[in-house]
Design a protein around this ligand. Sequence first.
Ligand code: PEP
Ligand code: MG
Length: 635
Amino acid sequence: MGDTSGTGVAFTRNPATGEKGLMGEFLINAQGEDVVAGVRTPMPIQKMAEVMPEVYEQFKKICDILENHYRDMQDMEFTIEDKHLYMLQTRNGKRTAAAAIKIACDLIDEGMITEQQALMQIDAKSLDMLLHPTFDSESLKNADKNNVVGKGIAASPGAAAGKIVFTAEDAVKLGKQNEKVVLVRLETSPEDIEGMKYAQGILTVRGGQTSHAAVVARGMGTCCVSGCGDIKMDEENKCFTLANKVFHEGNVLSLDGSTGKIYDCLIKTVPADPNSGYFGRIMKLADKYKALGVRTNADTPHDAERAAELGAQGIGLCRTEHMFFEPDRIGAFREMICADTLEERIVALNKIEPMQQKDFEGLMEALKGMPVTIRFLDPPLHEFVPTSEEDIKELAKVQNKTVAQIKQIINGLHEFNPMMGHRGCRLTVTYPEIAEMQTRAIIKAAINVQKRHPDWKVEPEIMIPLVGEVKELAFVKKIVVKTADEIIAKSNSKLKYEVGTMIEIPRAALTADEIAKEAEFFCFGTNDLTQMTFGFSRDDAGKFLPAYYANKIYESDPFARLDTVGVGKLMEMSIKLGRSTRPNLHAGICGEHGGDPSSIEFCHNIGLDYVSCSPLRVPIAPLAAAQANIKNPRK
Ligand code: PEP
Ligand code: MG
């Protein structure tokens, strides 16, 4: 209806950064769809003060009323018809993780909400986005003066640096080769999603805060600068002009998703620091209100250090077979698996032992006296036996065998169901020398670390995988205790250690009272427990599960979100049974579910002591644990 009408979208606080104050966009002489589709670049909401001052004043007042009423940041849609303001909708606004933590802290400080309410307001899952990189301040200082070539809308925070690509396909191609890329598009559409996933950052010529690129990038936690209208795009020739400079495919660019600045150079990026600022404050609050402990699944000293920095209170699972994925180590591991005789196996184990001991020392050093649970080898053989001709030749050479002999051994190792095959504690039952070697490596590492740090409490937790029968556990435990006690006695050490088990086979859960007579702790391996309870292969279920969602048989992937009805029932029962024969039994979870908020809530409710998750999900767990304890306080 002309220039006295218009439409817009606004937030009471900035949904990208959390900054207090109106943020939004509006268009004169337009309909709502024009704003969201990103076909016209809208004006910032503050411009309304110049164009329609009375309407703007009225709008600001309404915003305050709404925010005070809902005690949260509001996302509103409005329309103006001939200077008459109509509010169309208001709701609690979606926000980035960075905005969520700032808004939560600000609302506490403004006396609007309590600490508990603030914690409940943050989506725990989103926190891992805060672990995305920012620019290194030194590197940024140098770049700031000379290299800013343009500015767009700061659509999704984070920092990105990489080579320019113009199509989603190129982003995928280079991304798969581990190249860092920045995807530059006129605007994005749903066909670009795959490419957006591989890009470090996204730059678009058109579109505002609510355009496809901005919304999707925010959802992915990927840095995005949108609506840089100064770019003269030539998609056909894969180049664009900005600040009188022509940029071709493969040239470099850096983007700051929090300021909207575009740089014509590579700026070093650094991972975020979760211990400072609003993030640090929220993590402290989460610690104050949670009852569950949070540990990490880490297999290398590097991962362990990172997890400890992020707040992990111990290692809940070290998958020792994962210490052998490196090309310079896999050989020794294959020698062990493909050994024909005890002698051959011992030669291989002797190569492996010092590597393991060194790594265990690294893990214990990184955790500075916090608990470290080390699990005995549990390699499904198909993940480790050599398959390429080259690797087979290499193994034949080391073992002084012919290629044909090695192939015969490999054929002999073939299993129809490797996940239910010769893995976990079954390996120790057939080859006790493997458990002896691992015990020596753990105990010697612990004694050394304790000597170096007398004030730390070094007390390794040795975890036996895939137990289904108490006698099986007793068999392995006897080997561990004999080997460990001999070393401890010889070294005049007072080292203490625990032997516990994973509960990941339904039979173990069903007989948990018996198992707990031997096990000093339980840790739920819900990946296998889900696999075995559902009878779904964890490697293949992805193929048929979508049909289950489509037919509403299951709502979500039981490997990602714990099936509390079935698998959860087994867990709850195990804990009760286990504590009936060993009242001080401590218990945790180390399957993938340990980093999933709804699963964490269930673990809290059934009385687990800790959850253990991968390092980058460590910040999610304390918040989810605090939320669970606020909802259902532990006595
Ligand atoms: C599990 O089964 O849940 C587990 C943690 O062990 P893995 O994934 O190594 O089998
Ligand atoms: Mg397992």
